[in-house]
Design a protein around this ligand. Structure first.
Ligand code: F6P
Length: 506
């Protein structure tokens, strides 16, 4: 009988998943499900052995990958074919790091050279003394830069970057209070250059410069966008518009000119290392057979939890303060990419799509939410992220306690513990995966982010959905615009009452 995806999913759902402890009876389990990848900035160990992955589950998912034409889809992604079929375009984030369609790679390199020149001009003082950059953007135009800068500048940045995303004026005001208009530049980061929050914040930032005595406020603005003509129309001089290709998706855009604040904070060489780390992961993803491919393995484990074991969420805990923003970044990557209920060809999905991604930082989270992970009624797969070399110079005991807690949590979730008293018993058999990087630097961070981008792609291809559109964000924006333009009438009684109570549209 030929395999069909429906039949394979059915087999998958009916599969028995042995307890984790039982799976460890296989002598090769640790070797089979943990891999240390040598990468430009140091190795990363990927340990998926404490998940319910096992050969019978992998065998079905490998057949499903075949039916779903996964390797062909991956080729289409990398070759710059229109894999984003609903919007009729390619998804060329890998071309930004030198992997992909030759013409797109050349174009990305030329645009990056332009960005490098501007970064160097600022560092060399061509714009006078520049101590701060207020980077204004939202969603993919903010989350990636915020993560990278927070993760990589613990020891200081060449220019202090303040990322402002929220329309709530408190966000911009806080950034402005930390800066001196005389030594501050503004980056307006928006793929479309139309996003309400970003354009409103940009106008207010310009006022702040003007009111702060800056004679030519527009002369302090850099635009990062795939719509350069709109930036010029807004008033940014063409020489300070850093374009990127329309085929780079918003939540995949930190590798393009949206990464300008990263390059300004680290120096361009640091940004180049960030790209190199991501490229190494791209090559692993493209060249490694499915069985040993760390990205595919992670996505297969994700599918066990969402598709066979009924998990509606997954949690990610960074046991490194520098990675505190990683869960926020992943939320957009996973939930905006794969939170869909139709397939790429418009049919009902008929099965769960992305889990709700959430998380936090260890050890803080242990004292807040881990109770539910250990003893709650939900089964929540957990990812732990940790780094061998500490990011600080304090007593090494800090790092030892941090890492021992991280590993203790994974062990406890899996082993559980029996007690006479039910309230004190831990059921165990709760899965976790661990990523342990030798060091945290631009290259290893780049590799970790690229790993997650591809992991999301694999899940999407297995489910047959398009991870590169996001139509679900439009309706709310449209209604807010209607209200703001005075046309917001005829809502439900609750919304009408809220508007009236807030004095909006009255
Ligand atoms: O509303 C969602 C979204 O379109 C994201 O996909 C995107 O990252 C964000 O808004 C910001 O968009 P832009 O970069 O065009 O301002």
């Amino acid at each position: 009988m030929t395999d069909t995806s429906a039949a394979l999913w059915e087999q998958f759902e009916q599969l028995e998943f042995p307890a984790l402890a039982a799976l460890f009876a296989a002598p090769d389990r640790l070797a089979r499900y943990s891999t240390t990848l040598g990468l430009p900035g140091g190795a990363i160990r990927f340990d998926w052995s404490k998940t319910h992955l096992y050969p019978a589950a992998e065998a079905i998912l490998t057949r499903l990958a075949d039916v779903q034409q996964f390797t062909e889809k991956r080729r289409q992604l990398i070759d710059g074919e229109p894999i984003n079929n609903t919007e009729g375009r390619a998804a060329e984030h890998t071309a930004q790091r030198g992997v992909g369609n030759a013409a797109s790679v050349v174009e990305a390199e030329a645009l990056q050279a332009r960005m490098e020149a501007l970064v160097e001009a600022i560092h060399e003082g061509l714009f006078g003394e520049v101590r701060s950059l207020i980077h204004i953007g939202i969603g993919g135009s903010a989350l990636g830069p915020a993560l990278a800068i927070d993760a990589l500048t613990h020891d200081g940045a060449r220019v202090a970057v303040h990322v402002v995303s929220n329309i709530d004026g408190c966000a911009l005001e806080t950034a402005c209070r930390a800066c001196d208009p005389a030594t501050t530049m503004i980056a307006i980061a928006s793929k479309t250059f139309t996003t309400t929050e970003t354009m409103t914040n940009a106008a207010s930032a310009l006022d702040w410069l003007r009111e702060g005595g800056v004679e030519d406020p527009y002369g302090r603005v850099v635009a990062l966008t795939a719509a350069p003509e709109k930036a010029v129309e807004w008033g940014v001089d063409d020489t300070r518009v850093l374009p990127f290709a329309e085929s780079v998706g918003g939540r995949y855009s930190l590798w393009s000119s949206i990464g300008f604040p990263i390059a300004l904070a680290l120096g361009y060489a640091g940004f180049a290392e960030f790209l190199a780390g991501a490229k190494a992961m791209d090559l692993h993803f493209i060249e490694t057979p499915l069985a040993g491919n760390v990205v595919v393995r992670a996505a297969f484990a994700d599918l066990i939890y969402t598709q066979a074991l009924g998990c509606q969420s997954r949690a990610v805990f960074a046991y490194d303060q520098r990675l505190a923003l990683f869960p926020d970044y992943l939320q957009q990557l996973e939930m905006e990419s794969n939170g869909k209920s139709v397939t790429a060809d418009g049919q009902p999905l008929n099965r769960p799509s992305a889990p709700v991604t959430w998380g936090g930082v260890g050890t803080d989270a242990q004292h807040a939410v881990f109770q539910l992970l250990h003893q709650g009624t939900h089964l929540i797969p957990v990812d732990f992220l940790a780094v061998k070399i500490p990011g600080h110079d304090l007593d090494p005991v800090h790092h030892q306690i941090l890492l021992s807690n991280c590993f203790a949590q994974g062990a406890a979730l899996m082993a559980g513990a029996a007690a006479d008293d039910a309230a004190r018993s831990y059921p165990g058999n709760r899965p976790s995966a661990t990523m342990l990087a030798d060091d945290l630097n631009p290259a290893t961070l780049g590799a970790l982010i690229a790993f997650h981008e591809h992991r999301v792609f694999v899940s999407a291809m297995m489910l047959g959905i398009n991870p590169f559109d996001q139509f679900g964000v439009e309706l709310g924006k449209k209604i807010a615009k209607q209200i703001d333009s005075g046309g917001g009438e005829g809502f439900d009684p609750s919304t009408e009452a809220l508007l009236a109570a807030a004095g909006i549209g009255a």
